[in-house]
Design a protein around this ligand. Structure first.
Ligand code: MLT
Length: 367
């Protein structure tokens, strides 16, 4: 039986995908693939046998995707599979940012019946935890992927005006599409749904905050590192930012006034964990058995239907060689090929087994 190495606990539902063909194990010298959630793979020694990595979740900043891609190892994630869970928490964060829910709860837990009853203390003290309603306020959504679009629809249903910005936006969305500058200028609440990249690290900082509305409430359920903590704390002190609700507690942020930290709960629902695990397991099996690539973060999608005597998946450096150069002198029956950035993939169905060994080819898998 082929082995799939798990680097984190994974929903047992994957067994319905792996059946009795694959054994999911916590240790293996010869795994076909790796499945993980948040295990940090930077610096990890990858077994030579690994063909692909499946991240049960959206973010892949715990995986050296670029380096693995250069070695012909395909990394998958599960876009959308946990989007509903994150959306639900973001909706609750709108309320956490608006009313003194966390602070009021912490205060209520300190009350004791004494000279004044708890009920009397509540009536007197509750004014400290009042807030505002979200109805009619403007929510800015930075990043309109699966999560951002769901948040847009939910916020609209709750009576908010919703504007959105995404440099790679395509498709339909309940948000009115605006520029980044406009989003910062008009939003009472801003929620960020972006991956952690060099271009997004520290994107919420003193200069971007300065262009936002006074009293803006900021929600971060993407990654802690997209916000400059020192800058947001200073903006909170000055009253520029009214509240920062985030999923990324750290020494700087915990126990700070007007900061609500949740322990990375965004996608931590049973349903989301099951959805992500099953989706990534299906992608791994489809890759290992058929060479199809779907939802890879370091290679483009390719897939072929139908039966062939031989099939080969050729992964190549698109800066060095093109698909037509690779296929030039070859005989094949069907092909699916694509390039994304500097990485290309060709899946060919052939009658005869054929070798591919030109310069620029990073890996050839045969099926
Ligand atoms: C994601 O990247 O999918 C979420 O942040 C949850 C997680 O890290 O697993």
């Amino acid at each position: 039986m082929k082995e799939i190495l798990k680097l984190n606990e994974i929903s047992p539902l994957v067994k319905n995908v792996f059946l009795d063909k694959y054994d999911m194990v916590a240790e293996s010298a010869n795994p076909e693939a790796i499945i993980l959630r948040s295990f940090k793979m930077h610096g990890y020694t990858l077994p030579q046998s690994v063909k692909c990595i499946g991240r049960a979740g959206a973010g892949t900043n715990n995986i050296p995707c670029e380096e693995y891609g250069d070695n012909g190892i395909v990394v998958f994630n599960t876009p959308g599979a946990n989007a509903n869970a994150v959306k639900e928490l973001v909706v609750s964060a709108l309320f956490l940012a608006s009313r003194g829910i966390c602070e009021g709860n912490a205060w209520a837990n300190t009350l004791v019946d004494g000279e004044k009853t708890i009920a009397e203390q509540v009536e007197k003290g509750k004014k400290n935890f009042g807030g505002n309603e979200i109805l009619g306020k403007t929510l800015g959504i930075f990043g309109l992927g699966a999560i951002g679009r769901k948040v847009a629809a939910a916020a609209k249903d709750l009576g908010m005006k919703v504007v959105g910005y995404d440099p790679f936006y395509n498709g339909e969305c309940e948000a009115e599409i605006v520029s980044q500058e406009e989003l910062y200028k008009v939003s009472d609440y801003i929620t960020f749904h972006v991956p952690l990249l060099d271009t997004t690290r520290g994107m919420v900082n003193a200069s971007t905050i300065a262009t936002m509305k006074d009293g803006v409430k900021i929600l971060n359920f993407s990654r802690g590192e997209i916000v400059n903590n020192a800058d947001i704390l200073s903006a909170i002190k000055q009253g520029k930012v009214a509240k920062y609700v985030n999923d990324f507690p750290c020494a700087e942020l915990i126990n700070q006034k007007n900061v609500v930290c949740l322990p990375h709960l965004g996608a931590s629902t049973e349903e989301a964990e099951d959805n992500c695990a099953v989706m990534v397991a299906e992608q791994i099996v489809d890759f290992i058995e058929n060479g199809n690539i779907k939802n890879s973060v370091n290679y483009p999608n390719v897939s072929l239907d139908g039966k062939f005597n031989y099939k080969a998946l050729i992964l190549f450096n698109a800066d060095k060689i093109s698909a037509s150069d690779i296929l030039d002198d070859k005989e094949y029956e069907a092909v699916s090929s694509a390039v994304r950035k500097n990485k290309g993939a060709i899946l060919v169905g052939m009658e005869k087994d054929t070798d591919f060994n030109k310069e620029g080819i990073l890996k050839v898998y045969k099926f």
